[in-house]
Design a protein around this ligand. Sequence first.
Ligand SMILES: Nc1ncnc2c1ncn2[C@@H]1O[C@H](COP(=O)(O)OP(=O)(O)OP(=O)(O)O)[C@@H](O)[C@H]1O
Ligand SMILES: [Mg+2]
Length: 455
Amino acid sequence: MIEVGQISGSLRKRLIITLIGGGAVLAVLIYLIVRTYATQIAQQGQDSILGASVTSILDAANLRKGDIEIDFPYASFSMLKTASDDRIFYAIYQDDKFLSGYERLAKMNPKTGTGSTFGNTIFKGANVRLASASRTLVGEGLRTELSITVAQTRDSLNGTLNRIGQNVALFGAGFFLLVIILAFWATSAAIAPLARLTSSITRRGPHDLSPVISPVPREMAPLVFSLNKLMGRLDQSLTRSEDFIAEAAHRVRTPLATVRSYAEAMLQRVEKEENRRAMRSMIRAVDESSRAAGQLLDHAMITFRVDNLDRRTVNLSELVTDLVIRLTPIAEMRDVQIKLEAGEAIQVSADVILIQNAIRNLIDNALKYAPQESVVDIVIVANPRPEISIKDEGTGFPNEEMHILANRFERGSNSESITGSGLGLTIAQDVAEAHGGRLSLSNQVKGGACVTFSF
Ligand SMILES: Nc1ncnc2c1ncn2[C@@H]1O[C@H](COP(=O)(O)OP(=O)(O)OP(=O)(O)O)[C@@H](O)[C@H]1O
Ligand SMILES: [Mg+2]
């Protein structure tokens, strides 16, 4: 089981939450700003009409025989007409003395000649906006101050503001929805290169330690750089240990061959049965060791080559025929007959050295584990996919061990008296997998093992 370090949150979630949170704050800000601005503009509109109304009434005032006379112009109130029929109130003061209109309307004491003063109050249970202005009237030895206040309820203004508010809220909600969609899209786009890198590494074969070369965004470059460096180091140390094994196996093999030839020579000269038995055990142990060294050497070579397959078009029938010819002397020693059944030329793209090594190990097994004077059948088929099957007339694979026999150094319970190191099937399986195929073991119904190497 591969361990994953502690997981702290999700990049995707963090990005989405940040973007949506930012969008929400922006939407609320837009709503508040537009609403405040709209209120200001609407208020300015009402104020300028109220101001014009007050001024038109002031302009219509005259002093006649010491009394103030005002002939209300028609426009002074009609200009205040609104769709919601807002109510209008007014109050007229002469030098702080109430003259006409609604006395309770707040008095604002505007300064003369400074234009209109505006304010808000509650009058007769309604919110009203007030505008006040004054004018000094001079005539017939009299100087008097005339102040006029005009007020209007705010129903129409509030209606307009509510409508604007609703529209702005709708706009804000639309904006927020857009931000949510954009957040998901942007997050997927930002995460995509990471997902691509992950899948390109996951898809790799177990031996592929080559550096990642597909382009990645700048922010991911340090990660990929470190990953490539790590894989480089790993590759180097693997190669070094394979080299070491090959070198060690090679160094052991030569002296072993010498020991064996001396032991053989000795065996000829020794007469005592007890000593002869000891010599034979010694020769057998030497055989085991040199077989193991040879297989280790091959295995190291294969591990190295599967990373850099030297693929060529290979004629399978030719390759196997060649192997059979080379193995015939060994088969003859055991009186085993090898029968080859191959159709016309079956071409595959493969690494010849590796295929030869794998199939040699399989035929070698058939010769080793089959009884004397038996037949080994080799069948090559092209369809549905190229396949080489090797069948013998031995006892077959021990059933309960079948699933582990292709593991490294794994030998079956039927191999006690037979020289071997437990690497032959491992080699064949590694080679099959490196070519995108597989190795399958089974027993024939009539007895005997059947190994199929498929591409
Ligand atoms: N044709 C066969 N019939 C019966 N058993 C077999 C056959 N081929 C392999 N086996 C079993 O599978 C085991 C593993 O085979 P493998 O070729 O990997 O190792 P080996 O033959 O013991 O050693 P070596 O590395 O020298 O080939 C053998 O020890 C044997 O028990
Ligand atoms: Mg073997």
